[in-house]
Design a protein around this ligand. Structure first.
Ligand SMILES: *Cc1c(COP(=O)(O)O)cnc(C)c1O
Length: 472
């Protein structure tokens, strides 16, 4: 029994929901909904406005079908670490070289996060401080490149990420960017063409890793190209890092000089991670001496790019990396891919144009413009959303539509898998999407009409399907 040391009251009587939340044995028996009600109850009286919105967001996530490939769902343990008092601690620098007192606990937390990250990915070096995947990329780029240096990266409209050199983002303004593209006939990476382009362009850094590619990436091939032209290789595996840690996708950690990822996409807290394998201590020239490459990355992280680390996120990363090492997590990564394969097959069977014909990972893209005249990625996304199915529109390689409308939608299976859906449910998921997209009446690039009776019926069906697979 927990007893309040000042009043002698048992906490169970003082604040039942919170008490239930903090007692681990009870925690396991709570449904996720009860657990969240307990967490939010601390806000209910102090800030009813935010309380109401957070409750609404919980309901939205629970009652709609979450198919965004870039989203995932973290565990209660990760949420607990995010909401901990570690949030109050401020410091700068790295373990052993901090700029503030009182770091004995957070030093342990960061060290733990690092050692677990290294273990989860088989890496020689891990940096858990980047605030986001984008920051992790900027840190690597600014660590090894000078203003005006050349980067070869995948074009934005083909699955490249904004932080890989889009003209609107920082890297695009500092460095000289050239893009490679997928093959126009089958939308696959064309390694011979990339090699030719690298030999001509002579980049100092090559970036691989994408936001919308459904096939295996050959990191060894990318490294061979980088070595041939004397470039660094950065693998940004934000989308597939969970699969990589579980051995479901080949690992870039020893192939690339740098591997970066966001930590929320594989199912952890928001944040970024930089990993290094066999090149971690390769000498990097600074003035007339050299420092190891990993040290260059640290100095660029702080003071070069960021200020104080988000220590509560680092605590949550430690929790998440331990989860990644579990058999349950690894098993789930395989199921995510099985589900994505089954779902893609079902779309193909229903006559949809699935890019590359299927998938080897957690996602695939569909050309919805080929489905019926006038449908766009935007109208597909919006009409599906009206019915409770959450996807995102996506530009496709060589897309004829502009970026605000697009011809594609991207579908991913991490969340439905997390909540217990298996291959047996995938035909139902495809059928629900198909019913909306065949029913919607197209009025323009951005306008459409859905019969309200049909919409309400769909919503109800989806709500009931999701209630059978509650948030975990
Ligand atoms: C999501 C993503 C990022 C950005 O990560 P953030 O943490 O959202 O900044 C970078 N690269 C790729 C390939 C991504 O998919």
């Amino acid at each position: 029994m927990l007893v309040d040391k000042h009043t002698g009251q048992t906490l169970a009587r003082v604040d039942k929901p919170v008490y239930e939340v903090i007692r681990p044995a009870v925690q396991k028996t709570l449904t996720n909904e009860q657990y969240h009600q307990g967490l939010l109850s601390t806000l209910e009286s102090s800030d009813p406005d935010v309380y109401r919105l957070l409750t609404q967001e919980y309901d939205r996530q629970q009652s709609t079908l979450q198919l965004i490939a870039a989203e995932n769902q973290c565990s209660r343990a990760v949420l607990a670490a995010l909401g901990s008092v570690v949030q109050n601690k401020t410091t700068e620098g790295f373990v052993g070289a901090r700029f503030h007192g009182g770091c004995e606990v957070v030093d342990c937390l960061e060290t733990l996060a690092i050692s677990r990250a290294r273990e989860a990915f088989g890496a020689k070096y891990a940096n858990v401080q980047p605030h986001s995947g984008t920051s992790a990329n900027q840190i690597v780029l600014t660590a090894v490149l000078d203003k005006g240096d050349r980067i070869l990266s995948l074009a934005m409209d083909q699955g490249g990420h904004v932080s890989h050199g889009a003209p609107v983002a920082l890297a695009g303004r500092i460095f000289e960017i050239e893009s490679y593209r997928v093959r126009p006939d089958n939308f696959l990476l064309d390694y011979d063409a990339i090699r030719q382009q690298a030999l001509r362009f002579r980049p100092k850094l090559i970036i691989c890793g994408t936001t919308a590619y459904s096939r295996i990436i050959d990191f060894a091939r990318f490294r061979a190209i980088a070595d041939e032209v004397g470039a660094y290789l950065m693998a940004d595996v934000s989308h597939i890092s969970g699969l990589i840690s579980a051995g479901v996708h080949p690992s870039p950690v020893d192939q690339a000089h740098f591997t970066t990822t966001s930590t929320y996409k594989p199912g952890g807290p928001r944040g970024g991670l930089i990993l290094m394998g066999r090149d971690f201590d390769r000498p990097f020239p600074v003035g007339n001496r050299t420092i190891p490459l990993w040290e260059r990355i640290e100095k660029t992280t702080f003071p070069g790019f960021q200020g104080t680390p988000y220590l509560n996120n680092i605590a949550a990363k430690a929790v998440f990396f331990k989860e990644m090492l579990s058999a349950e997590y690894k098993d789930r990564q395989a199921k995510i891919v099985e589900n994505a394969r089954a779902l893609a097959e079902e779309f193909v069977r229903r006559g949809y144009d699935v890019l590359t014909g299927g998938t080897d990972n957690h996602l695939f893209c569909v050309n919805v413009a080929n489905l019926h005249r006038g449908l766009t990625g935007l109208t597909a996304q919006k009409s599906l959303e009206d019915c409770g199915i959450i996807v995102n529109m996506n530009r496709l390689p060589y897309d004829s539509q502009n970026a605000r409308v697009t011809s594609g939608m991207r579908i991913g299976t991490p969340i439905v898998t997390r909540n217990g859906m298996r291959v047996a449910q995938m035909p139902t998921v495809a059928e629900l999407v198909d019913r909306v997209l065949t029913h919607v009446e197209i009025l323009g690039d951005r306008e459409y009409r859905l019969d309200p009776v049909f919409r309400d019926e769909m919503r109800e069906q989806i709500r009931s399907l999701c209630s059978r697979f509650p948030m975990q």
